[in-house]
Design a protein around this ligand. Structure first.
Ligand code: HC0
Ligand code: SF4
Length: 573
């Protein structure tokens, strides 16, 4: 252990701890912009400088380790003056139009300059504006970039995709797409992790809220909205509701209040997906098709972009099931439109998702059905939903819990846990067990596939179901997925069924979720989905009465010809 004094307080920490960690252990948050634990410890911004007795120069707290008997000052006049000058230099190269910035109120640079009482920008440089394709779901504003390098490190180290690189030198240094490509030409998975780790407004999602407002205003459109599992556990963070109050049922009420016609829970179509995917898995498993390589889940569009770009030869291993979002869109434009006496093209199908890649997924031609347009017409993120509610001055405290609309009212806890890593696998195993054994397993029989933290990013397990041995894995984060695939390809690992989610922790940690600079909330949010599952009346997808009715009235049975036409897809095309 190492003993030192920080701001006149004695502190004892483990050897190798940084000054920043030591200060944090006694409740002192040293300001910083670029630091991200284990990802970005390069002291690029120099905001975290501290004074150390006996040293002439200030040193950075994020990457200097503690020494025995060190005496550190984090807020001496010398430190604060230096920090102020540094922030003024950063502001001189930053587009400070806060009133129209998406991150206003949630910007680390804005907070820091307010805290340091900076009221003037001393030098204003002519900022260069890089060209950008604003039709792409991920948008970068080079004038707001503060060159903290977080996006580069997150994309390289966490997602293993190396989309960003540093270009230019000196004051002209900036971040751009690597290899002189445009973002659309790059292999970007659209996971959005670079956005949620950006301390300012340099990266953001394409805002699609005006399209949705137009559809709501239009008299010709019936606006039908589905809300994804992971949205319910995060939207409250943005509107100031406690976890137990921030229900999906209040989101339904809010959507109705802004003029939406029908509201549904994507957890319903997650149950439908399980019926298709679990049966597909058992068919492919029994046929011997999975002897060499596993079947991979297909519901995470960031993962789909990744496998198609990085491992195209593995695409045939994907489940052919569309994602719950796309299945619901397809059902809305066919069965549902028939039931309410409308034409498919009259339906405007919207999905509220924690995810940017879902914006890309809805545009993929492979989901396009000529007569009805795309399965999903518009995807907005959790952040966009909250912005819409704010614009409509909806007071979250006045919202009531209302049920989803008729035909698709029921959903199971198995559908809800789709939003957390391992959830799709666990839900599928509950139904696969029933199909093989003929009775239900205990609802938590497969809880070992749940992940408590991102320590390894992979959960694996083996089960014997009535004499059938199954080896499965669930992985989140694309860097972890790449390591797992390499293990499989080398023959070091063998699985029958693998779930992959692009974002650490699964959709709960999605790139469209509320941003809390530096705090990773994915696993806390995931626990909430498991809590909802535990308290749900229905815990098995195959017991969903509204899903059963859809088969009776429309699809006949899982994997029927009609189900294949509308609920499955060919990922090779
Ligand atoms: Fe997900 Fe989904 S679980 S991908 O993370 O499968 O975005 O929440 O909606 O489609 O259900 C996201 C979340 C979904 C889909 C579901 C799946
Ligand atoms: Fe990299 Fe994901 Fe950002 Fe794309 S969205 S650049 S893959 S971190």
């Amino acid at each position: 252990m190492v003993n030192l004094i920080i701001d006149n307080t004695r502190v004892t920490v483990s050897e190798g701890a940084t000054i920043m960690q030591a200060a944090k252990s006694i409740g002192i948050e040293i300001p910083h912009l670029c630091y991200l634990k284990d990802l970005n410890e390069i002291a690029a911004c120099r905001v975290c400088v501290v004074e150390v007795e006996g040293k002439n120069k200030l040193i950075t707290a994020c990457n200097n380790v503690v020494e025995e008997n060190m005496v550190v000052f984090t807020n001496s006049p010398k430190v604060m003056l230096d920090r102020m000058r540094t922030v003024q230099m950063i502001l001189s190269q930053h587009d400070c139009k806060c009133a129209t910035c998406i991150r206003s109120g949630n910007c680390s640079l804005q907070k820091l300059s307010n805290d340091l009482n900076i009221q003037n920008i001393l030098y204003e440089e002519n900022l260069e504006c890089q060209a950008w394709d604003n039709s792409f779901p991920l948008i970068r504003d080079s004038k707001k970039c503060i060159k903290c390098m977080r996006c580069i490190q997150v994309c390289d180290k966490m997602q293993s995709l190396n989309i960003w690189e540093l270009e230019g030198t000196g004051a002209r240094t900036t971040v751009n797409i690597s290899g002189s490509r445009t973002i659309a030409e790059s292999d970007c998975s659209l996971c959005g992790q670079c956005i949620t780790h950006c301390p300012v407004g340099a990266l953001k999602e394409r805002d699609d809220t005006s399209k949705l407002w137009e559809a709501i205003v239009s008299k010709d459109k019936v606006v039908v909205v589905q809300v994804a599992p992971a949205v319910r556990t995060a939207w409250g963070e943005e509107v100031g509701l406690d976890l137990q109050d921030a229900t999906v049922n209040k989101i339904f009420d809010a959507l109705k209040k802004i003029g939406v016609d029908y509201v549904f829970d994507t957890a319903y179509s997650a149950d439908l997906t399980i019926m298709e995917e679990a049966n597909e898995f058992l068919d492919r498993f029994k046929s011997g098709e999975l002897e060499d390589r596993p079947m991979f889940t297909s519901c995470c569009p960031g993962w789909l972009r990744f496998i198609k770009g990085q491992y195209p030869h593995l695409v045939p291993q994907l489940s052919t099931a569309k994602s719950p979002m796309q299945m619901f869109g397809s059902v809305m434009k066919t069965y549902f439109s028939e039931q309410i006496g409308k034409k498919p093209e009259d339906i405007y199908s919207v999905a509220v998702m924690p995810c940017l890649a879902k914006k890309g997924e809805r545009e993929m031609e492979l989901f396009y059905v000529e007569y009805a347009g795309h399965d999903t017409d518009c995807v907005i993120t959790t952040r966009e939903l909250v912005r819409m509610l704010r614009a409509a001055h909806i007071n979250p405290k006045t919202l009531k819990d209302i049920e989803p609309d008729k035909l698709f009212e029921q959903s199971s806890g198995a559908g809800v846990i789709f939003g957390a890593t391992g959830g799709v696998m666990e839900a599928a195993l509950r139904t696969a067990y029933y199909t093989i054994v003929g009775e239900n397993c205990a609802p938590d029989a497969f809880e070992v596939v749940r992940a408590e933290s991102q320590d390894t990013g992979v959960s694996e397990a083996s089960f014997n179901l009535n004499g059938i041995d199954l080896k499965i894995a669930a992985v989140s984060g694309l860097g972890n997925a790449r390591r797992l695939i390499e293990d499989i390809e080398r023959g070091d690992k063998k699985y029958d069924f693998v779930e992959v989610m692009a974002c650490p922790g699964g959709c709960v940690g999605g790139g469209g979720q509320p941003i809390h600079d530096g705090d990773e909330l994915a696993f806390e949010r995931g626990k909430n989905l498991y809590f909802i599952d535990k308290n749900a009346q229905l815990r098995y997808s195959h017991e969903n009465e509204d899903v059963k009715a859809l088969y009776e009235n429309y699809f006949e049975k899982p994997n029927s010809h009609k189900a294949h036409m509308l609920l499955h897809t060919d990922h090779n095309s």
